[in-house]
Design a protein around this ligand. Structure first.
Ligand code: G3I
Length: 368
């Protein structure tokens, strides 16, 4: 059995303990929550968090776990509205050799999304990691590299046309100092590869929303300002860029809430859709890490961190709230476990697939 929510009754309690009707609460305090026309029972135990949130709550999905793990699958079905493929849309999986596209795994995940009425967020078209070796060692000249880039983007986007709501077109193209990262794409196509990538994607599916996705944008103003200014320049040149994905691989110590607020304000001011695209809240400060024991204190701190991020996100205009995606369904499946060689606990559900304090605290935002 899963723990699901915070309240056992459909009424809600104000801070001073008096019970108010849900409609009064909506009118006065949480207008954003109510514009989606939530049922008054939003705070009941059985109502999943994503139904209470006035934006799509998502997770990344590892197809292998979805196939073999029933608890994982049940959470994916019940608790999230938006799905980002963790691996199966990446170039090494989908484009294993120059003249072969293999959509087998990706199509299986697309079918899961269609059957379960999930929004599918395509991740990712252009990245310097998870490249098949044939791309890493491709000997072509600039024109041939450009043709490769175009062929990859347009074949993949066309294949999923009408099935993906959006794409992370370019992922992690900037260094921390705000300069462009020296990737295979940068070296072989030139700095214009980002503009070209967005143009190719828009040609292949004019309806899809197109995102630039990166990490540390909430922490590092220099990088964030460089990204926004670069994208603004492209937009002025007529390139379609709809949104920015702030990955939000955070921990219980950083960023400060004010840093999140500032980052969101800047992206909002520039007029981009905002996707918190890979949210996880590590219990560790930074590497090198030594294994910690998880405690209620740490889990409560994690809950406050996540709730604070969600609160700031709720302050965005509804029109810019593309959604918040956790980078994994439950703690056993986080990428952080293998990345740093210590067990971490950064997600909404624990090792037993039970909702954690972070889940309860996020739900409370709309129920207190
Ligand atoms: O499946 C193979 C397995 O056969 C092999 O034995 C094993 C040996 O290392 O590797 C397995 O593949 C690993 C794969 O995850 C599945 O676990 C890859 O090595 C490993 O690199 C891969 O890591 C993924 C990483 O992206 C690279 O694709 C993580 O799961 C995934 O969470 C992570 O996600 C990225 C986002 O796409 C972009 N932003 C950062 C984020 C975290 O790194």
């Amino acid at each position: 059995m899963r723990n699901k929510a915070v309240k056992t009754e459909p009424t809600v309690r104000s801070g001073n303990g008096t019970i108010r009707s849900f409609s009064v609460l909506c009118a006065v305090v949480f207008t954003t929550a109510c514009v989606k026309n939530h049922a008054p029972s939003v705070c009941e135990d059985a109502v999943p968090l994503h139904k209470a949130m006035p934006f799509p709550l998502g997770t990344c999905i590892d197809l292998r776990s979805l196939r073999i793990n029933q608890q994982y699958r049940a959470l994916a079905e019940d608790e999230f509205e938006s799905i980002t493929p963790e691996l199966v849309f990446k170039a090494d999986r989908i484009h294993p050799s120059q003249f072969l596209y293999d959509f087998t795994g990706a199509d299986e995940l697309v079918a899961f999304c269609a059957e379960n009425n999930k929004r599918l967020h395509g991740h990712t078209l252009v990245w310097h990691e998870q490249l098949p070796s044939w791309i890493q060692t491709f000997p072509g000249n600039a024109g041939e590299w450009e043709a490769l880039l175009r062929d990859h983007i347009q074949t993949v986007v066309s294949h999923f046309k009408g099935k993906t709501k959006a794409w992370d077109v370019v992922n992690e193209a900037f260094n921390d100092d705000g300069t462009l990262r020296n990737t295979v794409w940068f070296r072989n196509v030139g700095p214009a590869y980002i503009e070209k990538a967005f143009r190719y994607a828009a040609e292949a599916d004019p309806e899809a929303l197109l995102f630039y996705n990166d990490y540390s944008l909430e922490l590092n103003p220099k990088k964030r300002k460089a990204v926004i200014s670069f994208l603004n320049n492209l937009r002025m040149r007529g390139v379609k860029i709809d949104g920015i994905g702030l990955q939000m691989h955070v921990n219980i110590y950083f960023p400060e809430p004010s840093q999140v607020a500032e980052a969101l304000k800047e992206v909002q001011a520039a007029g981009y859709l905002v996707h918190l695209s890979e949210l996880d809240v590590s219990l560790y400060l930074k590497p090198p890490l030594s294994q910690i024991s998880v405690s209620q204190h740490l889990l409560n701190r994690q809950a406050s961190t996540a709730a604070s991020i969600i609160r700031h996100y709720l302050e965005l205009p509804d029109t810019l709230k593309y959604g918040v995606t956790f980078w994994g369904v439950a703690d056993p499946h986080t990428w952080l476990n293998s990345r740093y060689g210590v067990k971490d606990y950064p997600l909404l559900f624990d090792d037993h697939y039970q909702a954690k304090p972070m889940y309860m605290e996020c739900k409370k935002i709309l129920c207190e």
